[in-house]
Ligand binder design. Structure first.
Ligand SMILES: Cc1cc2nc3c(=O)[nH]c(=O)nc-3n(C[C@H](O)[C@H](O)[C@H](O)COP(=O)(O)OP(=O)(O)OC[C@H]3O[C@@H](n4cnc5c(N)ncnc54)[C@H](O)[C@@H]3O)c2cc1C
Ligand code: SF4
Length: 315
């Protein structure tokens, strides 16, 4: 594998499911040779780890994640809700984490910006309704990976061929580097994501607010993982997307809920979801949306059966 990677990375851009890449090829944003990863052995499987967790190969599809990770309900619900059934059937977890921004200026090669190797950000002075709700640096496009957001809540580790393993948070960085959507090197291949064992009785929920019900990235999205022991919330993790140039974990919301009663004041905790955020002139509308979506996932993770993308209860 290492020999392949050393040779392949000098040849061109990696291609997994191709659902992000092919759109950039069509627009002319991606040119030059491609290196197909789909034949690499052992990367399309989900396997148990000795400690009771799982290793998810980078070529595992989003559909597989949604179907085969019922022990990780927040992650499975996130995977089930993104894109369309057709995209989920071919899109891979590695490609999902490493997909490029959906910013319409970036996707149009007629524009130049800091992310495409130029200067400045035309979105700041142009149309930025889909932009971040927390302005952290030169690029104001929200990170597109829903799965990255969910993995942030699991202490997931990313295995890399050609480089060291790292946390999902380190894979994305803090959002201040406007030139990149992730911090993986050009000659590194993401090979797997390793999850620790699920918590006993773990519950999870995912929700998004969208401008269109189907086949659209969210305006904002949220995921929650919660476990309750002897009437107290013993673990709570909340992740959000559509908010910043990287997926975010809301530790402030979590700390308000931890060790409290499951029927405690969820609305007050959800209200803290927007504390400290610095929206753009066009994106202040995202703040109440975010508070509502966070409240919804907290409520559902604590009280109701989780639902699949079509709204049907999960078993
Ligand atoms: C209509 C629509 C709606 C969508 N909605 C959502 C949404 O709500 N949330 C969401 O998260 N996504 C959404 N998507 C995006 C979709 O999930 C991604 O296109 C897909 O996950 C990318 O995976 P892929 O395997 O096709 O990646 P590819 O297109 O093959 O690759 C994407 C990028 O990752 C790199 N890459 C891929 N695998 C590796 C690897 N193992 N190591 C190193 N580099 C690698 C490639 O070089 C490329 O730059 C949507 C897409 C569509 C078309
Ligand atoms: S938001 Fe980011 S990707 Fe979009 S134009 Fe600005 S720098 Fe480029």
């Amino acid at each position: 594998m290492t020999a392949f990677i050393t040779a392949a990375a000098t040849i061109g851009e990696f291609r997994a499911g191709g659902t992000d890449l092919s759109e950039r090829r069509r627009s002319g944003r991606s040119t030059g040779p491609l290196v197909d990863l789909t034949g690499l052995p052992g990367l399309a499987e989900i396997t148990p780890t000795p400690d009771g967790g799982v290793r998810i190969g980078a070529l595992v599809t989003v559909e597989q994640m949604a179907r085969d990770l019922s022990g990780y309900p927040a992650l499975a619900a996130t995977a089930a809700a993104l894109a369309t059934p057709e995209i989920r059937a071919v899109a891979t977890v590695g490609g999902n984490l490493l997909q490029h921004t959906r910013c319409t200026y970036y996707r149009n090669p007629a524009f130049s910006c800091v992310k495409s190797g130029g200067d400045g950000c035309p979105a700041r002075t142009g149309v930025a309704h889909h932009g971040v709700a927390d302005d952290r640096g030169p690029c104001v496009a929200p990170h597109p990976s829903s799965i990255g957001m969910a993995l942030l809540t699991y202490d997931a580790v990313v295995e890399v061929s050609g480089g060291p393993a790292r946390t999902v948070a380190a894979l994305f960085g803090d959002g201040s580097d406007g030139t990149r959507d992730h911090q993986l090197g050009d000659r590194e291949i993401l090979t797997a994501i390793v999850l620790p064992p699920p918590l006993p009785g773990e519950r999870g929920a995912y929700e998004r607010a969208t401008s269109r019900r189907f086949a659209e990235w969210p305006l904002v999205e949220a995921v929650a993982r919660i476990s309750v022991t002897e009437g107290r919330i013993t673990t709570v993790r909340v992740g959000v997307g559509g908010v910043a140039p990287v997926p975010l974990r809301l530790v402030g919301v979590e700390s308000l809920l931890l060790d409290g009663a499951p029927d405690g004041p969820l609305a007050a905790a959800a209200a803290a979801a927007t504390d400290g955020l610095r929206p753009l002139p066009h994106t202040a509308y995202k703040l109440p949306l975010l508070r509502a979506v966070v409240l919804d996932v907290l409520h559902r993770a604590l009280t109701g059966p989780d639902q699949d993308a079509a709204g049907a209860p999960r078993p």
